[in-house]
Design a protein around this ligand. Sequence first.
Ligand code: NAD
Length: 330
Amino acid sequence: EVVIDRGEAEWLGDAELARRQSLGRINFDGQVAIVTGAGAGLGRAYALELAKRGAKVVVNDLGGARDGQGGDTAAADKVVREIIEAGGQAVANYDSVSTPEGGDNIVKTAMDAFGRVDILINNAGILRDRTLVKMEPADWDAVMDVHLGGAYNVTRPAIKVMRDQAYGRVIFTSSAAGLYGNFGQTNYSAAKMGLVGLMNTLKLEGAKSNINVNTVAPVAGTRLTEDVMPPDLFQKLAPEFVTPLVLYLCSEQCKASGQIFNAGMGYFNRAAVLTGPGATVGEEGVFPSLEQVAAKIKDICKMDGAVEFHDLNASLGPILEAWSPKKPAA
Ligand code: NAD
């Protein structure tokens, strides 16, 4: 942002001041954004900042309890009111992301109100924490249906619109629980890592239509985390610390696709699936024995010089070349 002191502002005049202040600023003028679960927490913070920077926003929220039960229009309405009072544009949608009909209707809300969809932030979420043994099918299904099903239900109709526009930015919301594991969250972890798989393939399918997809694993003080965080830490983890990265990933300036970022407290890092160099076992063309595998397990597990692969085909390279490595070019 361009910093202009007060003395300068007086003689510049309003129009020139606005022009100078907008230099270098990332904005979303003329763009339409859908944020699911935007009635509270992280989604609300994204919606407010998108609107502040010129986007027209669909504020989707079912307004239910933390475990996904119930529903209320007040959550989405309140955020829409906040946006409009601040001079922005927004409409509410109260559908659950957990059904295909809900997903279609969320995208329809954007098309009816604003005629496009440039940005989709899949953010709606619930929790049903239990250890696997105690986890009933209803707890498993509810969490899968909102997080992973919800992303499918909303992203599919949104992608159709983005493909026709030849432009789009999609965000999936993962979690450290999925990327790394967290006791008592098998359902949530599975759904959150499932979103990474969804992104990995959608990255390939969207590329030719200029549709970029990325994933954020946030850490923030919200209703989902209020009882697991000490109060002083909760304050320091305001969702607004996550917003800048997510909005950057939603911008035209950002060319990244298929990447995962951890974000919280103003600290950001990238996470990735890495593959080690591996080892051949036994002799070429002969089924190795499990004793031979056991004898070489250290080499198999090595991660020195680990790499990222762009897609499945790239990952096959090392397998196909393991027994006959390509000679380095002379
Ligand atoms: P939050 O509870 O404050 O916000 C989630 C919102 O989603 C709520 O307003 C809720 O009503 C809405 N919602 C729930 N089910 C819905 C449905 N079926 N359809 C539409 N809306 C629905 O929680 P938050 O922390 O802001 O969570 C936002 C996202 O971030 C979630 O996907 C969550 O899993 C993820 N996340 C949060 C943290 C964190 O530290 N807060 C960590 C990792 C991941």
